[in-house]
Ligand binder design. Structure first.
Ligand code: GTP
Ligand code: MG
Length: 204
């Protein structure tokens, strides 16, 4: 299932977020969890999204267009960034809440979770908020290359128990799970497209 990603827009205000008419799937997670790296790994490019070892790198909301399936992946700034000011955090929380609750074309929230950490309260709060907005969740464990098999399985089980959805295991470094993640994203954004692709042609 081939797809290409290109950066289309960078948004700083809520109006910009809500204006797009094509389907969107947002990537959210703690600062440094690997959102931008995952965009690059999905794109098969190294420098499409800016990556940094310093948390708080992505400050704007970046829209990546997915073609030929016609939808957007939205790279959100990370939350839980310790050095952000109180006001910055409040503004960010407000923007995120409005986006999740008011964006009509938002199809799901891909919630990125660091495979090395036990479930964190801040991630669970966002998951609950998304659920309250009736937004489907796609939990994605990141940085699995840093974890042993046993830890991966444990994390998957813990999150499955909490969210009632089994998280995908991914690594932007080793590319583990990229195909599966693409399939899941495309199926959410354009339901049935995979079946349509593989369906035999009918003659009239
Ligand atoms: P913010 O923009 O600050 O919210 O961060 P982010 O979630 O976009 O994280 P980013 O992709 O910038 O990655 C943060 C750090 O984690 C960088 O040093 C990446 O190289 C590293 N990283 C991301 N994904 C992986 C991965 O799959 N494996 C490993 N080993 N490191 C990763
Ligand atoms: Mg980022």
């Amino acid at each position: 299932m081939a797809a290409t990603l290109t950066l289309e827009t960078t948004a700083y205000t809520l109006d910009q977020l809500l204006a797009l008419s094509d389907a969107q799937i947002a990537l959210a997670g703690r600062s440094n969890v690997g959102k931008s790296s995952l965009i690059n790994a999905l794109a098969g490019r190294k420098k499409l999204a800016k990556v940094s070892a310093t948390p708080g790198k992505t400050r704007s909301v970046n829209f990546y267009r997915v073609e030929p399936q016609h939808f957007y992946l939205v790279d959100l700034p990370g939350y839980g960034y310790a050095r952000a000011s109180h006001e910055e955090r409040r503004n960010w929380a407000k923007l995120l809440e409005h986006y999740l609750s008011d964006c009509k074309t938002l199809k799901a929230l891909a919630l990125l979770l660091d495979c090395r950490l036990p479930p964190q309260k801040i991630d669970l709060e966002l998951a609950s908020f998304a659920r309250a907005c009736r937004l489907p969740l796609l939990p994605v464990l990141t940085k699995t290359d840093k974890c042993k098999q046993r830890e991966r399985a444990l994390r998957q089980r813990e999150w499955h128990d909490l969210l009632a959805v089994r998280p995908l295991l991914t690594s932007s470094s080793s590319r583990l799970g990229m195909e599966e993640l693409w399939r899941a994203l495309i199926e959410i954004a354009v339901p049935g497209i995979a079946d349509a692709d593989s369906a035999p042609a009918t003659s009239e």
